[in-house]
Design a protein around this ligand. Structure first.
Ligand code: GLN
Length: 492
């Protein structure tokens, strides 16, 4: 195992600054690791080797001219749902197989300004719809802890790549858990920021009122560092919020005093039957650890939790069916080869370009929005969403942070839930309320199961309190001392 790829972003960044390693050597170490390990994990859809080496050279010039910044020369992987100028952006869909965006997403632009190196684009469920990365139109990604299992989804490539040291950190997107759930399954840290904290400009839309871009990293410090760069108002995204961005990394210094007296709420609706015993025990042990550090643990209630899945699976597909109407074969993307007239061109393009899960969502969404059903489904779901938001408002009057499991079970086997979409949807139970409410959520490892699979814990906080989540996460990370969490694929 290369020593360079073992470093966290924080460690690597310090070494680059001190010129103990060169940007080119770092990038080459990662490219070698990708060549060796990615044929097993299959996390990348596109590796941009030549671009990465060029960027590394430029990054070194930046350091040599004393213009170092925290991400200068740090090799990153990007979920293939974020537009990258001149580099194909597929959303893991046949529809965009050859789509090359003419512009960068704002988050990419921000990282480029720092001199970050981009290794390539990471696999995902098609258009971010799924929980296992099996809905990719190209190939599934494998979990580095057990290659027979899923890495989670939809940012499965992003989480697997960070876990297997195929990039120093990555970006994902989270509409209903797509950063937090794969982070949990792969033993890494993932954050879904507050809706509006991070620009969505250049993020291919799935469900616009739920989507957020966020970091997937090896540890909390790295997550704080990446949040420092990507957060903030963007005039190009009208839903991004002009609200001060704290220095997240700096704020970790207060973590130790901060935890004392902090109120952590455990929602009783999240610890119910169906929750794997080992997951429950591990999450509770982590909470006990926080209590021993001075946090106060209380029971709370989020009474509308039971409606979250139904609400999400109406709102998300409704927004998706409207967002995806742009893929008609006219402006960009795939177009069917043979057709008699315009209407047939549309039909064939969409029939051939979209995979089965995307089609399922388009049909659910179209139904929920259609005249006569709108009130019963979409409108009703929006009303229940308000109740879910109110649940959190009430909860945050009683506690500062909410702690829950991320997923009901550790990573499941490839193929296990593929024929049963409802089972797949049900596994999102603990993550989707965060998106419906727009609050931030953090997923981080808290244990390794008896089968050698990572188990995650989730923390939620009130709007724009990402720093609170990171401080709690940092205290837990320091005190659980799970070590460097090396997945099996790197040990064999
Ligand atoms: N698993 C959820 C879905 O399939 C969440 C996806 C996401 O967050 N992008 O919709």
């Amino acid at each position: 195992m290369s020593e360079i790829t073992e470093l966290t972003v924080y460690e690597l960044s310090e070494k680059l600054k001190a010129k103990e390693v060169s940007c080119e050597d770092v990038t080459k170490a990662y490219l070698e690791q990708i060549e060796r390990i990615d044929p097993l994990v299959k996390s990348y859809l596109t590796v941009t080797k030549d671009i990465a080496i060029k960027q590394a050279k430029k990054a070194q010039e930046k350091i040599d001219s004393n213009n170092w910044q925290p991400f200068t020369g740090v090799p990153l992987g990007i979920k293939d749902v974020l537009c990258t100028k001149g580099v194909r952006t597929t959303c893991a869909s046949k529809m965009l197989e050859n789509f090359v965006p003419p512009y960068d997403a704002t988050v990419i632009e921000k990282l480029k300004e720092q001199g970050a190196v981009f290794l390539g684009k990471l696999n995902m469920d098609e258009f971010a719809m799924g929980s296992s990365t099996e809905n990719s139109a190209f190939f599934p990604t494998h979990n580095p802890w057990d290659l027979d299992r899923v890495p989670g989804g939809s940012s499965g490539g992003s989480a697997a790549a960070v876990s297997a040291r195929l990039c120093a950190a990555s970006l994902g997107s989270d509409t209903g858990g797509s950063i937090r759930q794969p982070a949990s399954h792969c033993g890494v840290v993932g954050m879904k920021p507050t809706y509006g904290r991070v620009s969505r400009f250049g993020l291919v839309a799935f469900a616009s009122s739920l989507d957020q871009v966020g970091p997937i990293c090896r540890d909390i410090k790295d997550c704080a560092m990446l949040m420092n760069v990507i957060s903030g108002h963007d005039p190009k995204d009208s839903t991004s919020v002009d609200f001060p961005v704290p220095d997240y990394l700096e704020s970790l210094k207060e973590a130790e005093t901060f935890i004392k007296g902090l109120k952590i709420g455990l929602p009783k609706e999240y610890f119910v039957s169906g929750l794997d015993k080992e997951v429950e025990e591990s999450v509770k042990a982590a909470i006990n650890k926080l209590s021993s550090l001075g946090a106060e643990i209380i029971e709370i209630s989020l009474p509308h939790t039971e409606y979250a899945i139904a609400t999400y699976y109406l709102i998300a597909p409704a927004e998706a069916c409207s967002n995806l109407s742009r893929y008609d074969g006219v402006k960009y993307g795939f177009r069917a080869k043979e057709y008699q007239n315009l209407s047939e061109m549309y039909k064939k393009t969409r029939a051939q370009g979209f995979g089965p899960e995307v089609k399922r969502r388009i049909m659910i969404g179209t139904y929920a929005l259609s005249a006569g059903y709108y009130d019963a489904y979409y409108k009703k779901a929006s009303q229940v969403r308000t109740l879910i938001i109110k649940d959190f408002k009430d909860a945050f009057n009683k506690c500062d942070v909410i702690a829950t499991p991320v997923t009901p079970t550790p990573a499941f086997k490839l193929g296990e839930k593929l024929d049963d979409p409802l089972q797949m949807y049900l596994s999102d139970i603990f993550t989707i309320s965060v998106n419906l409410a727009g609050i931030p959520g953090l997923s981080m490892p808290c244990a390794i199961s008896s089968k050698g699979l990572p188990i995650g814990i989730q923390f939620m906080s009130d709007y724009f309190k990402e720093d609170v989540l990171l401080k709690v996460g940092y205290m837990l990370e320091q005190n659980l001392a799970l070590g460097r969490k090396i997945p099996k694929v790197l040990k064999d």
